[in-house]
Design a protein around this ligand. Structure first.
Ligand code: UD1
Length: 418
């Protein structure tokens, strides 16, 4: 097990550079198999989710070459074999191989994906989308067989604007016959990044980033070069850390527009920010932070993935703040550990009530999932004394070089294997 130890309550100064977006990368890697030619993707983060997807590529006999920050994927000798559970369960995004394999070979066989336990996380909308394109889905316990004689464009309305379903249907539809329209599509920036990648390969996708995506099927996709956008969740996490313990801490390589919902909330709490073209810097944090309420929502609303780290900041605000989680039904597992550190938080239904300010004192806590883990790091950096975070492998799934990045700005943080 990986354990992170933090000696907290230190001022953090300097710059933190944001890596490529995890949630774009995990879709771009499976998307790359849709061609038979080479795809070069740069700004790929070194996180364990990237490694897990490259392991799947290798299983499928795809040539993968990794150099600093870039990934060259060549599927010319690829074999469409069943993706075993030991590979699919390592992360949720393994499900993008379903759409990509279906799009390329008209057949995908794989086991139910893994990922953070933050809710039931069904994939019914993905499967309904594949069926609308002409596929049949057979499912035996955890194994899914999705196949089609021919994939034909269709009009698909998503009951929920799901990120995963939007991308997976796009992957299956790019090489289908005719036109596909996805209505009530999710609008997250990672979807735009994936659509740009596919278009660079010769796909005809319009409307990504709006709630209606149109895809004109093409027969062939070709080689391409692509860059992953900066990770808005990593940027948001470090910005929250800057608000908690920063002194002139600048977060670089950010698309500020992607984190508008967070920066507006920070300003509402009384924090002064310097928002540049590609950076955000915390200029001043008032003695008394104002309490505020947030409700998670699909993009451009407040990102559910930032809810847990943001809750840590709310423990330092004067009065009662409320956090309502509307996307995932099980995303308050960080709360008991924040309370162990000294916070005063109660959860009723899908709302956490945070009474602040409270002094945080280090103790042993658990990273129950990726973003809960990020919340523990943020809390540990603020807390007095030593915080020990067990199950920290969750954190390494999504934060590239987190130990180095924080050490470079003055944190006392180490990673151990026990
Ligand atoms: C993606 C992100 C995740 C983020 C989430 C919401 C990746 C790899 N992960 O997850 O970090 O928290 O978006 O912004 O990009 N749903 C169904 N049926 C489906 C699919 C989804 O009911 O077939 C529901 C889910 O249970 C959830 C909601 O729709 O309540 C949103 O899920 P979705 O947008 O699909 O999340 P993911 O793509 O899994």
């Amino acid at each position: 097990m990986k354990v992170i130890e933090i000696e907290g309550n230190r001022e953090l100064t300097g710059q933190i550079r944001i890596s490529g977006a995890k949630n774009a990368t995990v879709a771009l890697i499976p998307a790359a198999i849709l061609t038979d030619e080479e795809a070069t993707i740069c700004n790929v983060p070194e996180i364990t989710d990237t490694d897990a997807l490259c392991d799947i590529l290798k299983e499928l006999n795809v040539n993968v070459n990794r150099s600093t920050e870039s990934l060259v994927i060549n599927p010319k000798d690829m074999k469409n074999i069943e993706i075993q559970e030991e590979f699919s369960k390592k992360l949720r995004a393994s499900y993008y191989f379903m759409g990509a394999l279906l799009g390329k070979y008209k057949k995908a066989v794989m086991y139910f994906p893994g990922g953070c336990s933050i809710g039931a996380r069904p994939i019914d909308l993905h499967l309904k989308g594949f069926e609308a394109l002409g596929a049949t889905v057979t499912n035996d316990k955890n194994k899914y067989i999705v196949e089609a004689k021919e994939l034909k464009g269709a009009n698909i309305y998503l009951d929920i604007a799901s990120v995963g379903a939007t991308i997976n249907i796009m992957l299956a539809a790019v090489r289908a016959k005719g036109k596909t329209v996805i209505d009530n599509a999710a609008k997250e920036p990672e979807i735009v990044n994936v659509a740009t990648f596919l278009n660079n390969m010769g796909a005809k996708i319009t409307g990504a980033g709006t709630s209606t995506i149109k895809i004109e099927g093409v027969d062939h996709l070709h080689k391409c070069f692509h860059e992953v956008i900066p990770d808005r969740i990593e940027a948001g996490t470090y910005l929250i850390i800057a608000a908690l313990c920063g002194k002139d801490l600048r977060i670089d390589n950010v698309i500020p527009e992607h984190i508008d919902s967070l920066t507006s909330k920070l300003e509402e709490m009384g924090i002064k920010l310097d928002i540049g073209i590609d950076y955000v810097r915390v200029l001043e944090v008032p003695e008394k932070l104002k309490a505020t309420d947030i409700k998670t929502a699909v993009y451009p609303g407040f990102a559910t993935d930032l809810q847990q780290p943001f809750t840590v900041l709310l423990t330092q605000a004067e009065g009662i703040s409320k956090v309502t989680e509307t996307i995932w039904e099980n995303r308050f597992m960080h709360v008991p550990y924040l309370n162990a550190l000294g916070a005063d938080i109660t959860v009723e239904n899908q709302t956490a009530k945070i009474q602040g300010p409270r002094e945080l004192i280090g103790c042993e806590v658990v990273a129950t999932d990726l973003r809960a883990g990020a919340a523990m790091v943020a809390a540990g950096l603020k807390a007095k004394g030593k915080t020990t975070i067990t199950n920290s492998e969750h954190i390494l799934r999504g934060y590239e070089s987190i130990i180095e990045k924080l050490t470079n700005v003055g944190a006392k943080i180490t990673l151990k294997e026990i």
